[in-house]
Design a protein around this ligand. Sequence first.
Ligand code: ADP
Ligand code: MG
Length: 479
Amino acid sequence: MATTTWEVVIGLEVHVQLQTKSKIFAGASTAYGAEPNTQACDVSIALPGVLPVMNKEAARLAVKFGLSIGALVNQRSIFARKNYFYPDLPKGYQISQFELPIVGKGELEIETDKGTKVIGITRAHLEEDAGKSVHEGFNHSTGIDLNRAGTPLLEIVSEPDMRSASEAVTYLRKLHTLVRYLDISDGNMQEGSFRCDANVSVRPKGQEEFGTRAEIKNINSFRFVEKAINYEVDRQIDLIEDGSEVVQETRLYDSEKDETRSMRSKEEAHDYRYFPDPDLPAMVLEDSFIESVRRSLPELPEKRKDRFIQEFSLSPTDADKLITEKETANYFEAVCEKTMAEPKIAANWVLGELTAALNQENLSIIDCPMESSKLASLLDRIADNTISGKIAKEAFSLLWSGTDSVDKIIEDKGLKQITDTGEIEKIVDTILQTNSAQVDQYKGGNPKVFGFFVGQVMKQTGGKANPKQVNEILRNKLD
Ligand code: ADP
Ligand code: MG
């Protein structure tokens, strides 16, 4: 029997917690980490007689997202009740949007190994978050913390356009970068501000009809998204190849065991009996509101990437790495403004040494202990030939660990590069004299020995001789 080639189909539903001070339908605080239930206000748990009032800021942030991807923004949208029972949802329903979401169709482009690919966005709707079940510290029982109930979410639903786990992760990263550029969410995945449900199915390559999908809920890291999807793809292919079939269901990813497990089947849990919420009127956005949001859009990641390529002559790869986090891009631009070194050199140092040092200490660029001016002054000393790039790495670690001035480091440690031609020439002469055997080899036609001489000069000078001059002088003497 010929073996089937399988095609993977993935659609993502991403929940982005919007960065508002208060809840979506009430004035209670949304701050993370408060004592349990201190922010569980009457509206978030729907005590009898209370009424929800829409938070304008949440609408503004949703529109900002819609405009940033050139999506249709619906000037009239409707809130609906999604009915289901769960301990962390004492109201018995979640207020969401169903038939008329605030953001309609849009697109996001991603880079894949086969080039640029457009991923369709079906919709993005506003909804309230539920509370949280807490198991830790409870013996044979579960605690409920309703602080998160009523926190505004934007759920961004993609078309089933992704064809591999890695495409899904690329899309997700792109979305993550975007919401943080827009300042609509802090995107903190550990705290649940950016979480993803992955819908996964497989079909024989060439078949038009989609296979039955499983939905993996609430995956909270990029790495787990990739692993969960890959596990799920293998599971589904095995099932089908064994003559069985995939059932439509919700599954959970267990990162410790690296597997997905069935949580509930769709048949049991899928009838949410959506209906328009009678307590909330349709939300109508005025043109002037939408226009003011449009004017508030920042430079978007794609634009910034193009500008970095144009303005700083960077490669697309470097530009892409620099813009992924807005703060890294800001840091890089600040360095460029202050140094006479080439932007390409600044990019190498930000992406190389600086990123490595941050990773080493598990710091994000926001908490970078080294000001951009310090790195700029270090790069100046490379640019004006005071130190070589190699020595600069030594100086970098001293700057990183707190020393203020590059010049002081160079002075104190005697790191200054030797650029005096006469001085280098003297050293070269001694080395050629004491290594006459190698000189004969070189003259006899073995060019590899050249590197040996360079190495000797560097050794003798503790790496401080200007490499370009060393090469020139050696060539003059030998050729
Ligand atoms: P539901 O209401 O059950 O969540 P939707 O039709 O809204 O279902 O789809 C949810 C997500 O599932 C979307 O991101 C969509 O792209 C994706 N999806 C739908 N069908 C498939 C499929 N066969 N394989 C993979 N993903 C799918
Ligand atoms: Mg869904």
